[in-house]
Ligand binder design. Structure first.
Ligand code: 5CA
Ligand code: ZN
Length: 406
């Protein structure tokens, strides 16, 4: 399906340093090492049953910065994102409101595109719905069954977690934690007939009243983890640079996606880095569609809030930190944006080469946006008018590296 329009990225003098990112699997900050000048990234997309909230926005902004820092370091970026456009929560919402599930998904996907465009998030090169990928997903499930990694339980097919030999390496969690999270996040540990309670559903046989596809596997629809696994694998290959999403996807989603691909190909790893953004909370709870405690990007936009202020407010905190959205964040970001715009609008400012170096150094160090913002704050507060080129350079670097248009 179509993604959303791109915004031009200004070219900056010199070249940025290699990007270092925290990798969940190794538990350490490691340099990303794209091969042959191309950095490859897959970021899990939305389940389109409600509008984009600030938690989603924060996560997509973190990976937008990954793309920007790679580009600044001279890499071409190949970025794939999915849309989970058929899944239980979407079908449940549609059934609840009496809306057709496809029109609900189409409307929310369109709103997400508009939010991403307004926030100046660079689009993926390929934006792939699960529905449009069903043939390739069913082929992969058939291979897993043929090799013994997939097996039937009634009309459904399950993945045997022992088949990749590497299950657990992505999250590094102990079994008790896995069992707990599996039950909380859409898994079915108690389902009778499975070889292991942590085995996940690859294929859900046709259920009364639910959409289904007639395939060589029978009538039904794919499980969630195999969708991302196959959409990524078929476009990026194995051993791609970054698999990304929010920290609620560490287990079971990214563990199973990696294990499926590793069982399919026998050539681990699925990704070199597994990168996870922290959760944005409201009133002490994770902001989530199912809880309904949402601050929506589209509502803020409709109220006349400058999307660049939303962007700055979300970047003023480290992407890996769980953080609260509080009432003061937006006014603070609006004030900062106004100060930056005033400084960038002057005929001259303090020399800015050191600002560029500081912003690059901060961002290449596991996306230290707080440090990057502090460097621009200091420049904007400096009354010096020694350099007539500086305001242009600061505008360009805020745009290219932080995505903030001044
Ligand atoms: N469609 C699946 C991924 S394949 C999914 O998780 N969709 S989602 O709509 O629930 O979430 C989209 C992205 O936003 C995911 O990366 C998720 O981890 C992230 N996310 C969801 N809630 C929050 C939150 N409160 N704070 C930060 N990120 C969040
Ligand atoms: Zn996913």
């Amino acid at each position: 399906m179509d993604a959303w329009p791109s915004t031009p990225v200004p070219h900056l003098p010199g070249t940025g340093a290699p990007l270092r990112l925290f990798d969940t699997a190794s538990g350490s900050v490691r340099e990303t090492t794209p091969t042959d000048g191309v950095a490859r990234m897959y970021v899990c997309g939305i389940t389109p049953y409600d509008a984009t909230h600030l938690g989603h926005a924060a996560t997509y902004l973190a990976f937008d910065l990954v793309q920007r820092v790679w580009r600044d370091a001279g890499y071409e970026v190949r970025y794939v994102q999915n849309v989970t456009d058929v899944d239980d929560p979407l079908l449940e919402r549609a059934a609840h409101t009496g809306e057709n599930w496809m029109s609900l998904a189409a409307r929310e996907i369109q709103l997400f595109r508009e939010d991403m465009t307004a926030l100046r998030v660079l689009p993926p090169d390929e934006y792939i719905g699960a529905v449009e990928a069903i043939p390739e997903i069913t082929d992969a499930i058939a291979s897993l069954v043929a090799s013994g990694a997939g097996y039937p339980v009634g009309d459904d097919l399950y993945f045997d977690i022992t088949s990749s030999g590497r299950f657990g390496t992505e999250s590094g969690m102990d079994r008790a934690t896995m069992l707990d999270l599996f039950a909380q996040r859409g898994g079915d540990p108690q389902h009778p007939g499975k070889r292991d309670p942590l085995d996940s559903m690859l294929w859900k046989g046709r259920r009364l009243g639910e959409p289904f596809w007639s395939t060589p596997l029978g009538d039904g629809r794919p499980g969630w983890h195999i969708e991302c696994s196959v959409i990524a694998l078929n476009r990026l290959g194995m051993d791609f640079d970054v698999q990304g999403g929010g920290s609620d996807l560490v287990f079971p989603h990214h563990e199973h996606s990696a294990a499926h691909a590793e069982a399919l190909t026998g050539t681990p790893p699925f990704a070199r880095h597994y990168v996870h953004a922290g959760m944005i909370g409201l009133d002490g709870e994770k902001m989530s569609k199912s809880r309904g405690n949402l601050v929506l990007v589209s509502k803020l936009r409709a109220a006349g809030v400058d999307p660049m202020a939303i962007r700055l407010a979300l970047l003023d905190g480290h992407y890996r930190q769980d953080r609260e959205w509080t009432g003061g964040r937006l006014p603070a970001a609006e004030a900062r944006l106004a100060a930056w715009r005033a400084a960038a609008g002057r005929a001259a400012g303090a020399p800015a080469e050191a600002v560029l170096a500081a912003v690059r150094a901060a961002l290449q160090d596991d996306l230290d946006t707080v440090g990057a913002i502090a460097a621009i704050d200091a420049w904007a507060a400096d009354p010096s008018t020694a350099d007539s080129e500086a305001p242009r350079l600061v505008s360009d670097l805020a745009d290219a590296l932080l995505g903030v248009a001044l």
